[in-house]
Design a binder for this molecule. Structure first.
Ligand SMILES: [Zn+2]
Ligand SMILES: [Zn+2]
Length: 374
């Protein structure tokens, strides 16, 4: 299948909640910077009237849902493609508020992602950790596997690094939290759960004594962490139709996350090939023979192929090809160096390989034990 790759920035706040810019100004900036789409997710407010095309940028409006009555901040949920305000949805249901939000999103045909599921907030971040605690909830589509803002906050535990990283955030950013990746891999053993990346953009100006700095300007974040989607059709120019194309790609897991500061990720692909068919990210299929996993990157990188959370092959270059007969969730990671340190560049969504033979499951378990240090 031919895909049409489009680059978007997800999880953005505006003046409708605690952001500092209006939708139209954000769309203009994104258009100037060459972004294909934005997804606005204000806290407990939906402003769908701003959705539409602004030049060559499609502005989509979702919502970041959380319980305003909660004793401690927790369980933020990103809702896309719902088309209405959901803050009060499910207030009368006996389940948890987090589950009620997920159910409400699903009932309206939308997409639900756990926002910044794991946080570590350093003392100088001056913000609380907002973790996902409702891990018994079900029915969500995926995780915000990498939240740029959450990661940055985790490095602000001492004054020196806080000052240094405030001026040079690129020295800090390294990748998703290992706990989030482990959570994801554990969930993938049970069902399809897809990854997105979010910037959590507010455009806030931070003060530290006499210093006053917008570390996370919208412009900075728009070239930081992107989610690339693989559309089944090119843009039509009709906002509602094109929004559905983006949401359809996300729903199927046809997406990958790129830390653009390490190089543009356009052209990255992860696929699985059998004798008769080629499968893309997000696909699930029954394999009766050998499967050829293929990672391709637009720039040289340290490529890792993971099966059920464990590395089974790696190389340095722009291509990794690996034959396997084991079932499970395969996914790809690409790392690049900046400076001196290996940092995550691209995280793929998984491809699920099923086999009719139980012995293959045992083979997969053996691989997990044998290659943990890869
Ligand atoms: Zn949040
Ligand atoms: Zn947010």
């Amino acid at each position: 299948m031919t895909f049409y790759e489009r680059v978007g920035v997800l999880h953005i706040h505006t003046t409708y909640s605690d952001g500092t810019w209006h939708h139209r100004d954000l769309a203009r900036l994104a258009n100037k910077m060459g972004l294909d789409f934005l997804v606005i997710t204000d806290h407990n407010v939906y402003a769908g009237e701003h959705e539409g095309w602004y030049g060559d940028t499609l502005l989509l409006v979702g919502e970041e849902l959380h319980d305003p009555q909660a004793a401690a901040p927790e369980n933020h949920l990103l809702a896309f493609g719902v088309g209405e305000e959901l803050t009060l949805a499910g207030a009368d249901r006996p389940c948890s508020k987090a589950q009620a939000f997920i159910d409400a999103v699903r009932e309206r045909g939308g997409l639900a992602y756990l926002a910044h599921p794991v946080e570590h907030s350093g003392d100088y971040a001056l913000e609380p950790e907002i973790n996902w605690t409702a891990w018994d909830a079900s029915g969500y589509d995926g995780l915000e596997i990498w939240n740029y803002m959450s990661e940055f906050k985790s490095y602000l535990s001492e004054l020196g690094p806080t000052l240094l990283y405030s001026f040079f955030p690129k020295l800090a950013i390294t990748g998703p939290f290992p706990e989030t990746l482990h959570r994801w891999d554990a969930l993938l053993a049970l069902r399809r759960v897809y990854a997105i990346g979010g910037v959590d953009a507010h455009g806030t100006v931070y003060r530290l004594g006499p210093l006053r700095r917008a570390v996370f300007s919208y412009a900075h974040l728009f070239r930081a962490l992107t989610t690339h989607v693989l559309l089944e059709e090119p843009w039509s120019g009709q906002a509602a139709y094109d929004a559905a194309l983006v949401y359809n790609a996300l729903r199927k897991g046809r997406a990958f996350v790129v830390y653009e500061a390490l190089g543009q990720g356009h052209g990255f692909r992860f696929s699985a090939q059998t004798r008769n068919e080629i499968y893309a990210m997000g696909d699930e299929f029954l394999a009766t023979g050998s499967v050829r996993l293929h990672i391709r990157t637009p720039k040289s990188a340290h490529l890792r192929l993971l099966l059920n959370g464990y590395c089974i092959a790696e190389t340095q270059g722009t291509e990794l090809i690996h034959e396997s007969r084991a079932p499970g969730a395969y996914r790809a990671e690409a790392y690049r160096y900046f400076p001196f340190r290996k940092r995550m560049w691209i995280v793929s969504n998984p491809i699920f390989v099923r086999t009719p033979d139980r012995r293959r499951v045992e083979a997969a378990a053996a691989i997990r034990i044998g290659n943990m240090d890869c």
